[in-house]
Design a protein around this ligand. Structure first.
Ligand code: FCB
Length: 461
């Protein structure tokens, strides 16, 4: 189960670095991963409730029913954040707490929870960054077609406005979606995430309706007065295994299209790339992309959120079957991780984050960015030097990107505390705070104490 854990601490000592004044230091979580209280105060079921109860989908049958019990312990958790000196906290709102069936009556008790959480944060001087959708679609909406259906995008914008009307007087930064790549391709392509569908046509339609949902929500938020609107992507930093090999280059270009440019170009340029449209057209007609949609998707954003964990290397391998989460990737081979990996078996290569950020800066100039997630899973207790090394390396990579002219505004560590890691259940621990799931006791790991010093110093030693 558990992959090799390798520390990078043997590296030579490096020079101290300082981040720009005002660089935002934060930590992130997501509703289904930490809240628990799955049936409380009028919350309706989401696709993750259904999926986690479906035998064989989540490690050892784990569910988010209790998770970190953050719904009840939020004040204690905010106190921990204050102890760490976080300037900002990125949390997500559970749609099915706010509108239990996705579109119907608003459940004020759900809004009350985020109201209390927001006030608790502000009371401790911590700036909330709200993500409106971190994968927990109300089950009723999935039953009506889910993200492959256009109506879900419309419902999302309505829900976004409901939340804004309650919290907008105190929350400045509004992120519409977290990682639409995962929602579309893991949810409807490979089916390893909820709702567990395996259908490339559904996956491509989901991509478009997620983008449209973002655009409609961005418009609604802005009209209601939102000052800062964003979306968080998880780009695949993909390179040809042999940079000089034209077939490998074409393989990398294909993956870059299906995973990255399919999001970047509509969001930032207001169009789909021609090669990507051709690619999708191999699976489905394109009539679900309606006139005017891309103008909506191209709504101005104030910052682009980037979640980053690991790079990818691909080569051409004729005859190889495609990966379901990259529909149409027949003939492309992903290289297994090389060198040090985390407990997710994700290769550790900080320089790949610098490449990713500088590429966006080069190809989409003038895009302000924020690292909205970065971190590592390691097993065990509070002695977690490998996590410190991972974050240290990636912060240096961010600093290199800043030096190269990238407009990078901040860094949110994933995650504040150990939590429900989706299909991996509680088996993978990403927290800088250790959670004992039997007692719900929280204990700072070494990485949390180290991060506190990074924040205090606004840099690394
Ligand atoms: C990201 C998710 C986040 C967490 C990390 C490890 O893809 O946004 O919820 O699971 O990976």
């Amino acid at each position: 189960m558990t992959a090799t854990v390798t520390s990078t601490s043997a590296q030579p000592a490096r020079a101290g670095i300082t981040f720009p004044d005002g660089f935002v230091w934060g930590a992130a979580t997501a509703s289904y991963q930490i809240e628990g209280a799955a049936r409380e105060d009028g919350r309706g079921p989401s696709i993750w409730d259904t999926f986690s109860r479906t035998p064989g989908k989540v490690f050892a049958g784990h569910t988010g029913d209790v998770a970190c019990d953050h719904y009840h312990r939020y004040a204690e958790d905010v106190a921990l954040m204050a102890e760490l000196g976080l300037a900002s906290y990125r949390y997500s709102v559970s749609w099915s707490r706010i509108r239990p069936d996705g579109t119907g009556p608003v459940n004020t008790r759900g809004l009350d929870f985020y109201d209390r959480l927001t006030d608790e944060l502000l009371g401790k001087g911590i700036d909330p960054v709200v993500t409106l959708y971190h994968w927990d679609l109300p089950q009723t909406l999935e039953d009506q077609g889910g993200w492959p259906a256009r109506s879900t995008a419309e419902a999302f914008a309505e829900y976004a406005e409901v939340v804004y009307r309650r919290l907008g007087d105190r929350v400045a930064t509004w992120t519409t979606l977290n990682e639409p790549w995962c929602s579309a391709y893991l949810g409807y392509g490979s089916g390893i995430h909820a709702p567990g569908v395996q259908n490339p046509v559904s996956a491509f339609r989901a991509v478009h309706h997620l983008l449209l949902g973002h655009g409609l929500a961005a418009r609604a938020l802005r009209a209601a007065g939102a000052k800062s609107v964003s979306i968080t992507l998880n780009p695949c930093e993909v390179s040809p295994l042999d940079p000089a090999n034209t077939a490998d280059q074409a393989a990398a270009r294909l993956i870059d299209g299906v995973a990255n440019r399919i999001f970047y170009d509509p969001l930032l340029l207001g169009r789909y790339p021609a090669d990507v449209l051709e690619h999708i057209a191999r699976f489905t007609d394109l009539d679900y992309i309606r006139d005017g949609d891309l103008e909506v998707v191209n709504a101005p954003i104030d910052v682009l959120g980037i979640n980053f964990y690991t790079p990818a290397y691909v080569s051409a391998q004729p005859g190889r079957p495609g990966a379901l989460d990259y529909p149409g990737s027949e003939g492309v081979a992903f290289r297994p991780p090389v060198g040090p990996v985390t407990d997710m078996n994700w290769q550790i290569e900080p320089a790949s984050l610098t490449r990713l950020l500088t590429r966006i800066h080069r190809d989409y100039p003038g895009t302000p960015m924020m690292i909205t997630e970065n971190g590592a899973a390691y097993p065990g207790g509070t002695a977690d030097q490998p996590r410190i090394d991972y974050v240290d390396g990636h912060l240096r990579a961010c600093h290199d990107a800043l030096a190269a002219g990238v407009d990078l505004r901040g860094y949110f560590l994933w995650s504040l505390m150990d939590n429900f890691e989706w299909a991996e259940g509680y088996a993978k621990r990403f927290g800088i705070v250790h959670v004992d799931y039997t007692t719900q006791q929280r204990v700072l790991k070494d990485s949390a104490k180290w991060y506190r010093e990074v924040i205090r110093r606004n840099g690394l030693e």
